[in-house]
Design a protein around this ligand. Structure first.
Ligand SMILES: [Zn+2]
Length: 292
């Protein structure tokens, strides 16, 4: 479709799409902030429009520009000067940067918009899990069939750019992802008499399995354990225990430093950008012919 453009024009187009991806990600991040604060309470994420949680003044569009407005307002509400959490610009910046990276990696393929939706949902899962210790079914339930549908589309559309083009592998990934964590949870319940992980984690890994297949699930579990132990040890060494666990949660979260969901998300994002290369490198290292 871009065959008749010169190299210079292609460069310009590439720059424009990169900037658009970054801005779009920031705007989606702004919407994710609304979802993070409202979804755990079961509130609508569409109405009413955003307002200051303290003075309830509706936030105008020019005070709602991703990251920029927070900086201009000096991290305070325009009318009542209540401090605005740094979590808002953080979510916007992370989403913006991830959208940009997805575009830089997958370019003008079908994979770009699909993986942008996926990373946005993973950012949402992370921040809800950190704040509320839950993983929203609103993400994982539609995510599971969507992953399988994407594999079906990739099978029919050549050069879709998607990682997985085999619906059978997507289904295998879904069951392996859900099954392995569910099994670990049962094992933990049997041996340690406490839950190893929440059912939300089971559904999250099942969803990523549907997107990335069986090999993806294995690598994501390895990466998630790696991140989990690394960060867990760092937090213990830093003497920082889990903060602010609400009273009714306390019982089931004893001995648990952070929710596991964010580590699964980190594993999923690393897989998205580098997974197939990591697996290829590993297989060539142990001399097994490629399976990807
Ligand atoms: Zn206010």
């Amino acid at each position: 479709m871009f065959d008749n453009l010169t190299a210079n024009q292609l460069d310009t187009l590439h720059t424009i799409f990169s900037v658009v991806s970054l801005i779009m990600g920031g705007m989606i991040g702004s919407f994710l902030n609304v979802c993070v604060s409202r979804m755990p309470q079961g509130l609508s994420v569409i109405k009413p429009r955003s307002r200051c949680p303290k003075c309830e003044t509706p936030i105008t569009w020019y005070d709602n520009l991703p990251v920029i407005s927070w900086l201009i307002l000096g991290a305070k509400c325009r009318s009542c000067k209540t401090p605005i959490s740094w979590q808002y610009p953080l979510v916007e910046a992370i989403t913006g940067i991830l959208f940009l990276l997805v575009f830089l990696k997958f370019g003008l393929t079908l994979a770009s918009p699909i993986y942008m939706i996926l990373v946005a949902s993973l950012v949402l899962v992370t921040f809800i899990d950190l704040a509320d210790w839950t993983i929203p079914n609103e993400v994982t339930f539609p995510g599971m069939p969507l992953g399988i549908v994407c594999a079906l589309i990739a099978m029919m559309v050549p050069e879709s750019g998607l990682h997985l083009d085999d619906p059978i592998m997507a289904i295998a990934g879904l069951f392996a992802g859900g099954g392995i964590l569910y099994g670990l949870d049962l094992l933990s319940l049997l041996l340690l008499k406490k839950r190893g992980m929440g059912f939300g984690d089971v559904k999250l890994l099942a969803m990523l399995g549907a997107f990335f297949g069986l090999w993806g699930v294995f690598l994501i579990i390895i990466l998630a354990s790696f991140f989990g132990s690394g960060i867990g040890i760092t937090l213990i060494l830093a003497g920082r225990k889990q903060t602010a666990v609400s009273e009714d949660d306390e019982e089931e979260n004893v001995g648990h430093y952070l929710p596991f969901g964010p580590y699964i998300v980190m594993g999923g994002i690393v897989y998205l950008f580098y997974g197939p290369q990591i697996i290829e490198t590993y297989l060539s290292y142990i001399n097994v012919p490629g399976v990807m």
